[in-house]
Design a protein around this ligand. Structure first.
Ligand SMILES: C[S@@+](CC[C@H](N)C(=O)[O-])C[C@H]1O[C@@H](n2cnc3c(N)ncnc32)[C@H](O)[C@@H]1O
Ligand code: SF4
Length: 509
């Protein structure tokens, strides 16, 4: 009889939730032919009229410009904060669980549209130094929270390009991470990836390694499948590499989400819809659409602003962008994709980012580790520095490298608990009470009634949510609940109608 024990797997060694190792089948493709594109575009043009109506009511900025509503208050407005201030009086939730974000700020080259601070090129030594600092930062979190390991509800590793580490560094990162982060109850382990690092023999090894450690969902930055647009974006891959990467990831059993940008210089309605239609026929689980943001919404301004200043004739107008977005939504619907979480379209209700859902809809506590990462802990929020030297220095001195943050007042909290979930899915009364101690049907009543009258919001005992028209202008509706100091544009940028964001701002009205 052979009494030798089978060697321990990586998942067993770190106690990784076995559910993370299950392969995910994509939903079967629908047997529908192409839609009538002319009719689809004609219908989509209705959104321009909607924009004019909602602009006249004061909801949308007069020019149609937008400001992404991602956090409340917006993070660029935060004052300095230390780790002691962040954690004063803070206790982990009763089950000890948090969602965990890990940031790897390295890329091959800087994409024209990108507003993130990253280090470029191989940077072998710098990456090793960073990984070491990252692990120390995780230890500091454990010490400060009084735990041996951080218990993860879900994980997102983002960047930068987190797969732009050598295979050896990638394994070192995963080993260090899984030692310090308990994945035994983790519901989803996400990675944000770029196409080039996933193809060829090295790409296959990288994908197999990610699966070994329980990574089960990938977000691939595809951005476009049009070769000319990809060049204008300064991407280091063409359509073929992106398509190959998507196939490899699906074959390897991941849940696959692919990201695109619309409104980019050089895009036309036709070449954009060609890309969306191609994407719909790949059979991926999720498709995510971003409207191009030209102005930075953090500290680093991407090159795209300069590009648009030099070639304004290439940039689609705001009206053209509305038609691009609406016709893409209709194209996606034709192929069975509905908006599951805001901007993310899937064909099954259960295909979505658990991390994004927990952060934006349920608003569970979340810890961010690594340069530029943010932590959101019940009524407080902190950002890690964007500067590498500051990052290393703080960790060397035994501190979390956060440099800005905010502790919300009860009124801020009452706004925050509407802004994020209304933007991303819906506001549930029980969750609202858990986060604020307040009854949803007693707050912002004048505001909510005005939004309902305009046809952009609806409410029943289950939830407060946006209508399809409201969902189209979700950022602007979320900003209706901002306090005056945090509305992104000054009063003169909005018409003085019933939905001017500076009206009906009181919590109790
Ligand atoms: C945090 S970024 C990381 C992307 C990843 N490193 C990549 O390029 O593959 C996530 C997504 O935001 C979108 N994005 C980045 N910059 C943008 C901008 N200026 N405007 C609109 N969307 C943008 C892109 O679709 C990108 O894939
Ligand atoms: S878009 Fe992604 S790959 Fe491009 S520079 Fe930014 S973080 Fe790096």
């Amino acid at each position: 009889m052979n009494t030798a024990l089978a060697p321990e797997t990586t998942a067993e060694r770190y106690g990784i939730n076995p559910k993370l190792l299950i392969d995910h089948e994509p939903p079967p493709l629908l047997d529908v032919g192409p839609p009538d594109r002319k009719a689809l575009i004609e219908k989509a043009k209705g959104r321009v009229e909607d924009f004019h109506r909602l602009r006249d009511l004061g909801l949308v900025n007069k020019k149609g410009d937008f400001y992404p509503s991602v956090h409340y208050p917006p993070i660029v407005m935060y004052p300095p904060m230390t780790d002691d201030e962040l954690l004063a009086g803070y206790k982990l939730p009763a089950d000890g669980m948090v969602d965990v974000y890990a940031h790897i700020p390295f890329c091959n080259s800087h994409c024209v549209f990108c507003h993130y601070p990253v280090k470029l090129g191989p940077q072998l030594n710098e990456k090793s130094r960073y990984l070491e600092a990252f692990m120390k930062e995780t230890d500091i979190w454990c010490q400060k929270l009084g735990v041996d390991r951080i218990k993860a509800r879900s994980v997102l590793v983002g960047g930068g390009t987190p797969t732009f580490l050598t295979l050896d560094q990638c394994r070192r990162f995963l080993d260090g991470f899984c030692e310090k982060v308990d994945l035994s109850l983790c519901r989803q382990f996400n990675y944000d990836v770029d196409p080039n690092t996933l193809i060829g023999p090295e790409g296959s090894k990288r994908l197999a390694m990610l699966r070994e450690y329980g990574v089960d969902r990938l977000t691939i930055g595809v951005q476009s499948l049009n070769p000319t647009i990809l060049k204008k974006m300064g991407r280091h891959h063409g359509p073929q590499e992106a398509l190959q990467a998507i196939k490899e990831c699906m074959d390897a059993g991941f849940i696959v989400n692919i990201e695109f940008i619309f409104g980019y210089p050089g895009q036309t309605l036709e070449n954009w819809l060609d890309v969306v239609e191609q994407a719909c026929n790949l059979g991926v689980h999720e498709i995510q659409l971003y409207r191009l943001k030209v102005e930075a919404y953090g500290d680093h301004q991407g090159a795209v602003k300069n590009y648009v200043a030099i070639k304004p004739e290439e940039a689609p107008t705001n009206e053209e962008q509305f038609i691009m977005k609406q016709s893409a939504i209709q194209m996606l619907a034709h192929y069975g994709y509905f908006e599951n979480l805001r901007r993310v379209f899937s064909r099954r209700r259960g295909d979505y980012s658990v991390y994004a859902h927990n952060q934006c809809c349920v608003q569970f506590d979340q810890i961010g580790i690594g340069l530029t990462a943010f932590s959101s802990l019940r009524d407080r929020f902190a950002l890690v520095t964007q500067n590498f030297d500051e990052y290393y220095a703080a960790i060397d001195s035994g501190h979390l490298p956060i440099n800005r943050g905010y502790i919300r007042t009860p009124e801020d909290q009452a706004r925050w608990a509407i802004v994020l979930p209304i933007k991303n899915r819906n506001v549930r009364p029980a969750n609202y009470r858990r986060l604020t101690g307040l009854a949803l049907d007693e707050v912002f009543r004048a505001k909510i009634e005005a939004l309902k009258s305009a046809g952009v919001m609806r409410e029943d005992e289950r939830a407060l949510e946006l209508t399809p028209l409201g969902a189209f202008f979700a950022d602007e509706i979320a900003q209706q609940f901002h306090a005056p100091d945090f509305v992104p544009y000054p009063p003169s940028d909005y018409e003085d109608g019933p939905l001017n964001p500076y009206r009906n701002q009181e919590l109790f009205s």
